[in-house]
Design a protein around this ligand. Structure first.
Ligand SMILES: C[S@@+](CC[C@H](N)C(=O)[O-])C[C@H]1O[C@@H](n2cnc3c(N)ncnc32)[C@H](O)[C@@H]1O
Length: 312
């Protein structure tokens, strides 16, 4: 892939651009693409980065504001790009993908990249590349396996299981981690209190409070939550003991997470391999790999740096 036009990354957040560069650097198709199809393109940053002399680019995106922003950027860079407003889950999408396209999808969540895989295979696209993510963004309550091998497996995955690969926060700094720990410890402490006061051993959902509340004394924090839930607090509550119990419960939660987290990466690889096997069954040669450093993935859901390169 030739180096990017140096002005192309203007307006692209640094980490996003680094991901795009890493994705582009790993593309190694047997034949040069004639017409890129950027699937769930957002503003079309990836497509514009890939677009070379004599090539075409179509971007499919369903958010009108992103389509408009993408058009604006393409005009700004004097690139003839078609930014099409399209819900890729709609039946009409089949009209916009042909065997002439080389689809690429960077972080098209759940059903969105599955739809691409299925349509591209049905239309005979000779090559495509995706970085799948957010396996839990799917319409049904359970995982619908794609490949014959995964369909034959006894593994049943629900939405909660499918969210496991996304549950790690990669980029949070120490301050954010400390704040998150404190918030959870305090909520766990309040949970003990509300069980005593209501004389009911069950969980009571409470609204999340702005982080400024964590600067106040623990007692005040609990009193506020209690007031929000219409619970009155008795005199003589031992706040230091309650807070310590909250931190103790947090330690238990973190230990349970350690066990759960052992399954995170294997589960993600199982899901990625299901996609790879499905495409292999459709006649593609599939390459599966990691395209960027773990530290480049964003803090929230999307996405582990898995990459499927696929060509017929
Ligand atoms: C995580 S973003 C990735 C954007 C872009 N590929 C990138 O890497 O910068 C997912 C994109 O999918 C778009 N999207 C979500 N559902 C869609 C749908 N049904 N049809 C088309 N685009 C969709 C969102 O608006 C968003 O721009």
């Amino acid at each position: 892939m030739p180096p990017a036009n140096p002005r192309l990354n203007v307006d692209v957040p640094g980490r996003k651009w680094q991901q795009i560069e890493a994705f582009a650097a790993h593309l190694d198709f047997a034949r040069r693409a004639g017409h890129w199809l950027d699937w769930c393109s957002g503003k079309g940053h990836l497509g514009r980065r890939l677009l070379g002399t004599g090539q075409k680019l179509t971007c499919l995106e369903y958010d009108p504001a992103l389509v408009a922003a993408g058009e604006h950027l393409s005009q700004h860079h004097h690139l003839a790009v078609e930014h099409r407003l399209q819900d890729v889950m709609a039946p009409s999408t089949a009209e916009h993908i042909t065997a002439a396209h080389t689809p690429v999808a960077l972080h098209a969540c759940g059903d969105l990249h599955v739809r691409l895989i299925q349509l591209a295979a049905a239309k005979g696209c000779p090559q495509l590349a995706i970085a799948p993510c957010c396996y839990n963004r799917t319409a049904g309550p359970h995982y619908q396996a794609l490949s014959t091998a995964a369909r034959a497996s006894t593994l049943q995955l629900d939405l909660d299981d499918l969210g496991l690969p996304l549950s790690e926060t990669v980029t949070a700094g120490n301050r954010v981690r400390r704040q998150r720990d404190q918030s959870m410890a305090w909520r766990l402490g309040f949970d003990l209190l509300q069980r005593q006061l209501r004389n009911r051993d069950d969980y009571l959902p409470t609204p999340s409070l702005p982080s400024a509340w964590l600067q106040k004394p623990f007692a005040e924090y609990c009193q506020h939550l209690a007031a929000l839930k219409g619970i009155s607090i008795k005199e003589g509550t031992d706040w230091p003991a309650l807070e310590a119990a909250g931190w103790q419960r947090l330690a238990q939660v973190r230990n349970l997470e350690l066990v759960r987290n052992l399954f995170r990466r294997p589960l993600e690889l199982w899901l990625v391999l299901d996609r790879a096997l499905y495409l292999h069954e459709q006649g593609y040669n599939v390459r599966l790999g990691t395209f960027c450093a773990h530290s480049l993935t964003p803090a929230t859901s999307c996405c582990w740096p898995n990459n499927l390169w696929i060509s017929l």
